[in-house]
Write a protein that binds this ligand. Structure first.
Ligand SMILES: [Cu+2]
Length: 379
């Protein structure tokens, strides 16, 4: 009998813990809220010159049964991380699970999600590992956000940030304003709550600028004694949305990389960077620079860029004066963003190029021609 008294409570405890663990991963999404399940893992991507690059990254496992998550995530890191698009004021539950590193079983790094530049995040959900927490390998953690402000942001892993960001744990985070859905200035979609429709647009595109240093990535993919070459980091694979030109304009998924054992890997580069609009439409470019090494200057010969927002802030003075400005080049460093409007009325139909004026970055490592460039097609 005494043994029964012991066994029954233990069984109940195990059942309760099992339910909690399952609930921690399969969030019962509350009505009206948005929920997502990201997994941090390692994997491979193909650079535009065909080079297989080892990466760390996130992948979207929303809706995948708990018992299949780790198996499906194996070597499944995406680059860039899956884009997240939310509405201002929305309740968002983001569950992060960390899969063990398939190619680096000697590493036991946790992962986290940090919303770069977002105000009013509860400290426990900040993702910075000294002041908050992440998810250790095999574990999960659910973040909650009351999405506070519209704009163009990024999210990234903040654990050993220099290493994990260089390795690819970077993604686009867009928050649309409450003003969306109202008719102002002939538009129903806007970059910000501008009150006058001046940031209205017809079509928008998320552009994430990143760069990889193949020597750093190769050093990390090789389980030999560290340290990693932090001070020597030099990105020679500059990319938009995880691709160098001409892969940026390939509207399909890129072919899965061939793994070191000769088998096909998983599709890991799912976001293209082709910009298309009908003549007369207004384009909004949501540009997020997540390069860990370089400043980047972008230009679009033939189309004027109107900058209406920077670093997730509407460009407006304290007295309400618009501080928007027209330019033919835009420079940003890592962690900076911009909201740029392109008016296509009066722009002849055709193909235009968005590219960096840092000409050494118009290459895919040693392959001349490529890199940080995409196309804008006005139809
Ligand atoms: Cu990480």
């Amino acid at each position: 009998m005494r043994r029964l008294f012991f066994i029954i409570p233990v069984c109940l405890l195990v059942l309760a813990l099992g339910t909690l663990v399952e609930a921690g991963i399969r969030v019962q999404c509350p009505p009206g809220a948005k929920c997502m399940h990201l997994v941090g893992a390692d994997g491979y991507v193909s650079m535009a010159d065909g080079y297989r690059q080892y990466v760390f990254g996130f992948l979207d496992m929303t809706g995948v049964p708990v018992e299949q998550v780790l198996l499906q995530a194996e070597l499944g890191a995406n680059s860039p991380a899956p884009p997240i698009r939310l509405k201002e004021g929305e309740d968002f539950y983001l569950t992060l699970s960390t899969a063990p590193m398939k190619m680096r079983p000697d590493l036991f790094d946790a992962h986290s999600v940090h919303w770069h530049g977002m105000p009013n995040i509860a400290p426990i959900f900040d993702g910075e590992p000294m002041a908050s927490i992440g998810a250790n390998p095999g574990a999960s953690f659910t973040y909650y956000y009351k999405v506070p402000a519209p704009g163009t942001y990024a999210y990234h892993c903040h654990v050993e940030a220099t290493e994990h960001m260089q390795m690819g744990m970077l993604g686009h985070l867009t928050v649309t304003p409450k003003q969306d859905g109202t008719l102002l200035n002939g538009f129903t979609k806007f970059a910000y709550n501008d009150g006058d429709g001046s940031t209205g647009y017809d079509v928008d595109f998320d552009l994430t600028v990143i760069g990889f240093d193949p020597n750093f990535h190769d050093a990390n993919g090789n389980p030999t004694p560290q340290p990693l070459p932090f001070a020597d980091m030099k990105d020679t694979y500059m990319q938009i949305n995880g691709r160098g030109y001409p892969d940026t304009i390939n509207t399909g998924f890129l072919a899965p990389p061939i793994l070191p054992d000769g088998t096909a890997g998983k599709q890991s580069q799912k976001v293209n960077a082709l910009i298309e609009a009908v003549q007369g439409q207004r384009i909004l470019l949501r540009i997020m620079n997540l390069n860990t090494v370089h400043f980047t200057t972008l230009t679009i010969p033939g189309i004027t860029m109107k900058v209406v927002g920077k670093d997730a802030q509407l460009l407006r003075g304290s007295d309400g004066t618009n501080l928007y400005y027209n330019t033919n080049t835009f420079t940003s460093g890592g962690g900076q963003s911009a909201d740029i409007i392109l008016e296509t009325a009066g722009v002849p139909k055709g193909t235009y190029f968005l590219y960096t004026t840092n000409h050494s970055e118009l290459s895919n490592n040693t392959q001349d021609f490529g890199g940080l460039m995409t196309e804008i097609v006005i139809k």
